[in-house]
Design a protein around this ligand. Structure first.
Ligand code: C2E
Ligand code: MG
Ligand code: MG
Ligand code: MG
Length: 296
């Protein structure tokens, strides 16, 4: 009887592990297939001037269409793509996808609009990848339109990124942005060693900023430091009018990104004979303006 119980327990344990392993293999397989079949698309989210609502640039955010045609956000597959060594190919595909729709991008967001692409921290420290990616950016014929977004870890932990990769991007006129600033492990003083054009303040500092004095203090510190270092500041993840109103009234931060202005959007394909493109043209974002503004 004891034997049986043990066997039963082992069987339950095994089937749980098996299920997990199988689920993981399925995800891996579907990711490999998606890359082979190029089942990727990009959503674009504007970076907006918070006072004029003009579009300063757009960020390409990759999406995966799975076997069932369901769109998956990158949270479900980027880490795995990095782990499986598929991220480099994916990043090249993102750039190719952007260039394929570059006319539509210009029509939708404004001619020559700047375009940001995310690069995983691991890629940012990989000289071979970054060299090939820089070459691809150069081949677009418009490298100065691009900004590479990397998280702060890439700068802090990777001396090679600073020494070998940044100069290549600079020579091409490709912009460099520090993504999710404040969410990693670097201190403010680490900024002194970083030569970036732009710093994006992590959403965790922006959420409910109007009622969180500690976030307000941190924001002010990042703001002054960035100004001193000549970096453009972008507030990430602005969702509410109150957050925006605080940024407008109490900071000198010029740009923001977030659902308040626009979620990431898919571009509509040209329909023969349709006027979709001109109707779609947005040099600024129109939102109903709220009348009552809290004072700060
Ligand atoms: P990220 O680069 O920091 O991009 C911002 C993320 O926040 C996006 O999520 C965007 O949809 C979301 N977001 C924007 N505004 C708001 C807001 O107001 N509220 C909230 N709650 N979220 C907002 P998404 O598209 O799911 O991307 C997640 C992350 O995946 C990105 O974070 C980026 O690190 C990574 N990622 C996206 N595309 C690529 C890519 O092509 N390559 C690599 N390596 N990573 C990518
Ligand atoms: Mg980003
Ligand atoms: Mg970010
Ligand atoms: Mg992020």
């Amino acid at each position: 009887r004891i034997k049986n119980e043990t066997k039963g327990a082992a069987a339950i344990f095994d089937s749980g592990m098996q299920r997990e392993a199988l689920a993981r293999m399925e995800i891996e397989q579907s990711l490999r297939l998606a890359i082979l079949d190029k089942r990727f698309c990009c959503a674009f989210q504007p970076k907006v001037d918070i006072r004029t609502q003009q579009i300063k640039g757009i960020e390409a955010l990759v999406r995966l269409r799975d076997d069932e045609g369901i769109i998956q956000a990158p949270g479900t597959f980027i880490d795995l793509a990095v782990e499986l060594g598929l991220i480099d190919e994916l990043t090249h595909l993102v750039l190719a996808e952007i260039m394929r729709s570059i006319d539509l991008i210009d029509d939708t967001f404004g001619t020559g609009v700047g375009i940001s692409i995310n690069v995983a921290a691991k890629q940012a420290g990989n000289v071979a990848f970054m060299t090939s990616f820089a070459r691809a950016l150069e081949k677009t014929g418009c490298p100065t339109r691009f900004i590479v977004e990397v998280t702060e870890d890439a700068f802090v932990a990777k001396a090679r990124f600073q020494a070998e990769i940044l100069p290549i991007l600079r020579r091409l006129g490709v912009g460099i942005s520090i993504d999710d600033f404040g969410s990693g492990y670097s201190s403010l003083s680490a900024l002194a060693d970083i030569t970036a054009d732009e710093i994006k303040i992590d959403r965790s500092f922006i959420v409910d900023i109007h009622k969180r004095p500690r976030s307000q203090g941190i924001l002010k510190a990042i703001e002054s430091l960035s100004e001193a270092l000549g970096m453009t500041v972008i507030a990430e993840g602005v969702e509410t009018f109150e957050e925006l109103a605080y940024l407008q009234a109490a900071t000198r931060i010029k740009y923001a990104q977030g659902f308040y202005f626009s979620e990431p959007v898919f571009l509509e394909e040209h329909q023969p004979g349709s006027r979709a493109v001109s109707d779609n043209r947005t040099s600024s974002i129109n939102r109903p303006v709220q009348e009552s503004r809290p004072a700060y």
